[in-house]
Design a protein. Structure first.
Length: 182
């Protein structure tokens, strides 16, 4: 088992792409600090870079390098609904790559509640990019087999079951409280 985790960690750290189960569908991800991996992911999906991407982690700490420091009230507000299917749009740190932000001053982050995604983030020791595993404009993949069919050998697929959620995570702007995606 440790050999598999080491191989997966090496794959991601050298810019490899992965597909993995999340709350509502398979996610497509990579190391959020690797600009080459981010560009490969955008090309593979056919995704407009201006949309930006969201990050998931098993807890807040791995997300902190990508965001500006939070005040106590904002931190408490976020932690009241985490872990869970709520993604917050927060001010991005200066280290956050433009492929993540879509060129904006903000980045979307979530502490996942999906057991397999939690284990994956813990095993890799990092936050991960999490965008739906699909070609842009198409339905997200719900199974490992679908991911293999869509992406072939260009993505390492981690088998597992998606959660029961039917919709993507709720997206909320932390600064205004505006719900951007119910």
């Amino acid at each position: 088992m440790n050999g598999e985790i080491d191989a997966l960690r090496a794959h991601v750290r050298r810019g490899g792409l992965i597909a993995y189960p999340t709350e509502s569908c398979y996610g497509l991800g990579c190391d959020p600090r690797n600009p080459h991996a981010l560009k490969r992911l955008l090309r593979l999906k056919g995704r407009d870079a201006a949309k930006g991407m969201l990050l998931i982690a098993d807890r807040l700490k791995p997300l902190q390098p990508f965001i500006q420091p939070l005040n106590a009230a904002d931190r408490a507000r976020m932690l009241r609904v985490w872990p869970g299917p709520v993604t917050w749009v927060v001010p991005a740190s200066a280290h956050c790559l433009p492929e993540l932000t879509g060129g904006r001053a903000t980045v979307a982050i979530r502490v996942t509640a999906h057991p397999a995604a939690i284990r994956l983030c813990r095993s890799l020791g990092m936050a991960l990019v999490s965008t739906s595993a699909n070609k842009s404009g198409r339905k997200p993949a719900k199974t490992a087999a679908e991911c293999r069919r869509i992406f072939g050998a260009r993505v390492r697929v981690i088998a597992g079951r998606i959660g029961r959620r039917r919709r993507p995570s709720t997206l909320i702007d932390l600064a205004t409280g505006t719900i951007l995606r119910p």
